[in-house]
Ligand binder design. Structure first.
Ligand code: FAD
Length: 422
């Protein structure tokens, strides 16, 4: 069915991209994005990087200017949360909705639609410990979180980061650069364990320690010390108290599948299940971005969650195409970056399921790569301060090519010259 009015829930990276692609692909009907934050769509990555350091202002985070949306007749509603959503039934004025759906926002506004895209993103996993509600125990997902963090930043000397993942390590790097005393508490036995190999984890542990951050692996937390206004420390299970003026908790996110559940869509652990066309279990509804569980874009039959700008952008293009009745499968090579002080980590492909790694270059030089293989075939790379290696693998994976693990470590030749047909 050709749509007359499309509603996009979630005014983030994915929501914005779905709207832009719909217009680029010729959709001329009504188009509305609704988001619960007070801002239009903006970039989140700088929140733990340039924005935290005071090197970027709010305007520079905007993904598009307000005029951009006006010119394309994209209505952006901010500060309103979609609280309920359904297809069919009766509207509040008594009219029969037929095949149409209706969303009701926190202000009571009714939004009618013929096509629906869900892009609600994710929310930080909370730490269920005594004192977790003390002032200065913070999370970082949106601009409001970043502003609270910034408001406490200047006066804080002791920063404790709970969780050695990307966001935690970025904040730790920024805090060290600002001259603060920084401790990273990670429950696992290595950093960024979900996303990278032991070699890359160990490099980041040493690199952060070299810069003066104390990294505690296998850390077991007991509770926070302080009061409702101000946390003063983190007590570990063995009784040690680590002084803290700010505790930044970065222990992962939970997909926001609430509305999908209301619609009766398939949801696993909060994540909205989609197919390779970004369609949910009800093909009238598409979904994209951090909130979804999708088939591995490079095949293999597994399902993955991808929390990255690349996925939000590329999957949203597919979702928009599906809303317009086109069937374009999602096969983009996943990629990701993380800036931790002067260390630029870039990842191409997905390393899940690897059975061999090859380290190329010397981690002590702070410029090296780790290539991941499964049954001899290249599946991913992590690079630190080595953009050419990263680009070589990103292209090779996109072209279905590989590299012989036996030759990959040879830094006397450029990696791109080692790429061969699979
Ligand atoms: C601090 C930080 C640093 C990051 N750094 C990087 C990086 O270096 N590289 C990288 O690739 N990725 C990074 N990411 C991840 C990247 O920002 C996300 O993958 C991306 O924003 C996902 O886009 P999305 O549209 O799915 O979700 P979001 O951008 O989170 O947007 C979803 C929006 O939907 C809104 N919403 C949810 N439910 C409702 C509702 N019921 N009604 C109305 N609105 C609703 C939410 O409030 C939110 O504004 C970072 C993320 C954070 C938080």
């Amino acid at each position: 069915m050709a749509h007359e009015s499309i509603l996009i829930v979630g005014a983030g990276q994915a929501g914005m991209q779905i709207a832009v692609t719909l217009r680029e692909d010729g959709y001329e009907g009504e188009l509305t994005i609704v988001g619960e934050e007070p801002h239009g769509p903006y970039q989140r990555p700088p929140l733990s990087k340039a924005y935290l350091a005071g090197d970027a202002d709010v305007e520079s985070l905007e993904l598009r200017s307000p005029l951009f949306y006006v010119e394309r007749k994209i209505v952006v509603i901010t500060d309103e949360k979609v609280e309920s959503i359904s297809f069919g039934g009766t509207a509040s004025d008594g009219s029969d909705l037929g095949e149409r759906g209706v969303a009701v926002t926190s202000t009571g506004r009714e939004l009618h639609f013929t096509g629906l895209a869900l892009a609600p993103g994710s929310t930080p996993r909370r730490l269920p410990l005594p004192g977790a509600d003390f002032g200065g125990v913070l999370y970082l997902r949106d601009l409001a979180d970043a502003d609270i963090l910034r408001s406490r930043w200047g006066a804080a000397q002791n920063v404790v980061v709970v969780g050695g993942g990307f966001i935690g390590l970025e904040v730790a790097a920024g805090a060290r650069k600002a001259g603060k005393t920084v401790t990273v508490l990670e429950a696992a036995d290595r950093l960024i364990a979900r996303a990278v190999s032991a070699e890359t984890s160990e490099f980041f542990r040493q690199a952060h320690e070299r810069r003066g951050t104390s990294v505690r692996l296998g850390a077991q937390l007991s509770h926070f010390v302080g009061d409702a206004d101000q946390v003063t420390g983190v007590q570990l299970a063995d009784g040690e108290v680590i002084p803290a003026d700010i505790v930044l908790v970065g222990i992962g996110v939970i997909a926001r599948g609430e509305l999908a559940e209301q619609l009766g869509l398939e949801v696993i652990n909060g994540a909205i299940v989609v197919d390779e066309f970004a369609r949910t279990s009800d093909h009238r509804v598409v979904a994209a971005g951090d909130a979804v569980l999708l088939p591995h874009p490079l095949g293999g039959g597994t399902q993955v969650r991808l929390e990255s700008v690349q996925n939000a952008v590329d999957q949203s293009r597919i979702a928009a195409a599906s809303l317009l009745g086109k069937s374009e499968p999602y096969h983009a090579v996943p990629w990701f970056w993380s800036d931790q002080a002067d260390l630029k980590l870039q990842i191409a492909g997905l390393s899940t399921g690897y059975d061999q790694t090859v380290v190329r270059g010397n981690p002590d030089d702070e410029k090296f790569s780790v290539l991941y293989f499964r049954e001899g075939r290249l599946i991913a790379i992590d690079t630190v301060n080595d953009a050419p290696d990263y680009m070589a693998v990103r292209r090779a994976l996109g072209d279905g090519q590989t590299i012989d693990p036996a030759t990959a470590a040879d830094t006397s030749v450029k990696l791109k010259t080692l790429v061969i047909d699979a």
